[in-house]
Structures are given as C-alpha cells and as structure tokens.
Design a protein around this ligand. Sequence first.
Ligand SMILES: Nc1ncnc2c1ncn2[C@@H]1O[C@H](COP(=O)(O)OP(=O)(O)OP(=O)(O)O)[C@@H](O)[C@H]1O
Ligand SMILES: [Mg+2]
Length: 400
Amino acid sequence: MILPSETASSSTKPAEVRMEVRRLRKVFADDPRPALALLDSGASKAEVLRRLNVNVGVVDASFDIRAGEIFVIMGLSGSGKSTMVRLLNRLIEPSGGDIRLDGRNLTRLPKRDLVEVLRRDMSMVFQSFALLPNRSALENAAFGLEVAGVDKATRRDAALRALEQVGLGAYAARYPRELSGGMQQRVGLARALAKNPTIMLMDEAFSALDPLIRTEMQNELLRLQREQARTIVFISHDAEEAMRIADRIAVMEDGRIVQIGTPAEILREPADDYVRAFFRGVDSSRVLRARDLARCDGTTVLLEDSDDRRPALRRLSELGAGYGYVRDPSGRFRGILSRDGADLLAVEPAAGDAPVHALLRRVATSPCPLPVVDGEGLFLGVVSRAALLETLDRGGLGDG
Ligand SMILES: Nc1ncnc2c1ncn2[C@@H]1O[C@H](COP(=O)(O)OP(=O)(O)OP(=O)(O)O)[C@@H](O)[C@H]1O
Ligand SMILES: [Mg+2]
C-alpha cells in the first residue's frame, strides 16, 4: 500500500483554553477613537504616529493561551510585547477587545473583582528583579502575599516553600546585596511562585542574566513546569530562549501578531521575512524532533504484519520497491521487510522526541529512511536523508 503524501502526526489531545484574547487593542491616547479608526482603515503604527501623534501598543490581537503551556511572545524592541502582557492583567487598560480567563471576561470585570482574580490566579515577574534591598530573601519572596493581606505565618510558610523550589532555601535570611544576580532573579521568581498562581506573566524575566545563569534559570523553569504545569506567558527577545522553552511562540511586529506556532512550525514555515530573520541562526537540528520530520511520502511502502510474508513480498515486487515498513494492525512498527529477505530486518526505530541532531549519523548511514515511532511504538513515518538535509539547510546553515 502506498499512501498519498501526508504528515504522520502523533495523537494530540485538544488542550483546554485558559485565556481567550479577542481583537485586543491598545493605543496610548486620551481619546483612542481616532487612532483606532485609522488602524481599522488599515493604517500602520508608523502612520498613526505621524498623522495623529499617537503611540500604538497593540493592534487587533486575537489568540488563545492554553492551560499548562509556555506561551512565548517575541518581537523587536517596541513591537508591543510588554504592552500585551500588561493588558492581560489589566496593568494597562485596553482600548478595545476582550480577554477571557476561564470563560470570565476580565475586561468587563469591576476593579474589585479583577483584583480578586489577579490575586488568586496571576503573578508577574519583571526583568529588573525589583527586590527590596532592606528585606531578606524570605521577606522579599513573601512580599506579594503581604500586599495581598495574607497573614504572617501563612506567607512565611509559602515564601519559604517557594525559595526551596528555586533552590534558595538556605538563603532565606540573606539580603539581596549578599546574593548574585542569578540568585536575586530566583528570589523574584520565588516571589511570583509564593502565591502559587495558576498563570505567570514573565516579562523578559531572564534577560538581565548572563548566558550561563540564564540557561540555568530556563532549566529551572522547565523543571518547575514539569512538576506543576502552570500557564506561563513569557516575553523574550532571544530566539534561542524562545525555541528552548516555548510550547508555542507568538511573534509581534509593530503592535501586530504576525505569527503564532510551535517552535517547529515557525522554523519550518516562517510567515514572512521578519519572522525568518528573527530565527536565522537558530540551530534547527536542536529544536526539531524526529516526529517533526517524520513523513510518509509516495516512496514509503507500508506493509501489514503477517506470518506469511509472501503477500508483502509480492507487493514490494509489484511496486518495484526494495523494502517496506511493516506495522501490526494497531499501527505499531514491527520492522523493515526487504525484497530479498523473508525475515524482518530488526531496525531500531528513532524515538519521536529525539532531537534531530541526535539522528544525523543514523540517517546518514542507514540504507533506507529511518523509521520513527512515538512513546507507544506507533509508527509516525520516516526520516529520509533528503528531508534531513533540507531541514538543516533551512535552519541557518544555508543562507536561509
Ligand atoms: N505608557 C506609554 N505611553 C505611550 N506609549 C507607550 C507607553 N508604553 C508603551 N508605549 C509604546 O508602545 C509601543 C510598544 O511598547 P512596549 O513597551 O510594549 O514594547 P516591547 O516590545 O516590550 O519593547 P522592549 O523589547 O523594548 O521591552 C512602543 O511604541 C512604545 O513607545
Ligand atoms: Mg518590553
């Protein structure tokens, strides 16, 4: 059986939406109407500034943020990232549009109810650590709870737990000046975690850190995320960082979202030159996984497993194919059947989650495209040398 060209994708369960953002807009003007009207007529941010002297923050943004994902917002300086994230918790009032959290429209909520929602569900981490110099790490970590009016014993417990989560349990009594930059940022993170929020908004939270500590903090975040999946909106202007931590990335340009997708989707199909330029130089072999490249195309022969090999061999010969990929009735990969042998070749398939760079050698030396399976052993497709070269070429080794 030859399948038409298709992408073999794993079964993805539909993710629950936590935040729905619809037609969100922000212009910085006392009366937003003229600027919004101009934007609606298709004017750019630069035109609005020139004609009305109004600064545009966000233009008509619609997207969903899913429960448990790390949603990264990227874009050049001034593209509207901070404005966007501050709109999400109404630190900045929108000029138009809706933001729903778990179905509740935050934009319509009276201030008092909003404060309650924010206190319960959201924390924000800023780029500057914003620690109070004359308070200990513990007191700093407890600060958000203190502002929220939580009693002393409860907030000390929560703050200590948060400090322990970020590996600073032993430093609770230390003052910020006694801590390194990375440790101070951890205290900032602990302050956000102490509230045990279900949503964390992080605005360039790691940008001030040097590269090694930054990687360490990214790992820390990913580790925490594995333990207790929160919904995280993370702003970054660093392509490597975004690719590393994001479940999905939104790319902003001049107040607009120009593309939303998984790191693999964005690397493989950047929406335009702006997006392409952003991710140029990112080593796609470290971002893409075997499952991202796994395909069945016109040359991939799929065979059914059976004790009697003759029908399958006959099929190979009819098709003039040298080999085929054998699956059992539930779709599990069993091996490769070659036309000149009656036994299955026991080829070790690649795991769908394996990064592409770990496959280079096997794909290069394998006599046939490498089969890829998911965690249950289900056949996802094959990675051919051509597919691999094309991917590497697009990922910055070529001129992109
Ligand atoms: N309070 C404000 N008043 C007027 N204009 C503002 C205000 N805050 C932001 N802006 C404008 O909104 C636009 C987006 O700014 P924003 O801070 O959201 O960008 P950013 O993507 O976070 O940039 P950076 O990477 O430098 O932090 C800019 O043109 C900025 O000048
Ligand atoms: Mg910013």
